[in-house]
Ligand binder design. Structure first.
Ligand code: SF4
Length: 187
């Protein structure tokens, strides 16, 4: 069962337990107070999977977006799709968070921040992002080696292992699995 998380814990939990794809979206959202559709879907459904309740999700996104577009426009143009993700609008489908496979094969365009950093970042940007996660030069080289061979999920698995100082034998195949495995290690 998924535990609930609250907005006040999100930054701390993000730093310790989000995979790089979600850390990146989260940082960009905080920086730009905006994300394009693909990013809102990828991060929004991930946060839902992590245990952010609908009311908290609305407050979280509103706090950022209203700094950019105003709260009225947020309520009019963006709140619907968040409720939609939680199955409260339209066909009332309860949408599930994206798998690594889906994220890796997505095609982010200019100004998009969704996708998988191991697949979609330049080498320079990926090295900088890994450095910010505090992993050793040696581990960065091992990750880059997997990336060159297009083993993106293995690259993510090595990152997980370097960050947590423990092995991850199952490998990473879903951002929410990365999160729950991380929480298990940290608890
Ligand atoms: Fe995210 Fe999966 Fe890519 Fe890791 S391998 S960064 S969890 S999409």
């Amino acid at each position: 069962e998924v535990a609930e998380i609250s907005i006040k814990d999100i930054d701390q939990i993000g730093k310790s337990s989000f995979p790089l794809c979600m850390r990146h979206l989260f940082e960009k959202l905080r920086e730009d107070h905006h994300l394009k559709h693909g990013g809102r879907m990828q991060l929004g459904l991930f946060l839902k999977g992590v245990g952010l309740k609908l009311e908290d999700a609305l407050a979280f996104w509103k706090a950022e977006f209203s700094q950019r577009v105003g709260s009225e426009r947020f309520d009019k143009e963006y709140a619907y799709s968040i409720r939609h993700n939680y199955g409260r609008e339209g066909k009332r489908t309860d949408y599930t968070p994206y798998s690594c496979q889906k994220i890796i094969t997505s095609a982010p365009g200019v100004g998009d921040h969704h996708g998988c950093p191991y697949r979609h970042f330049s080498e320079e940007n990926l090295r900088a992002a890994l450095g910010k996660m505090g992993i050793s030069n040696r581990a960065v080289e091992d990750v880059m080696d997997k990336v060159r061979n297009r083993h993106y999920q293995l690259a993510c698995t090595l990152t997980f292992e370097a960050v947590h100082g423990t092995s991850c034998d199952a490998g990473i195949n879903h951002p929410n699995q990365y999160f729950s495995d991380s929480q298990k290690v940290l608890q």
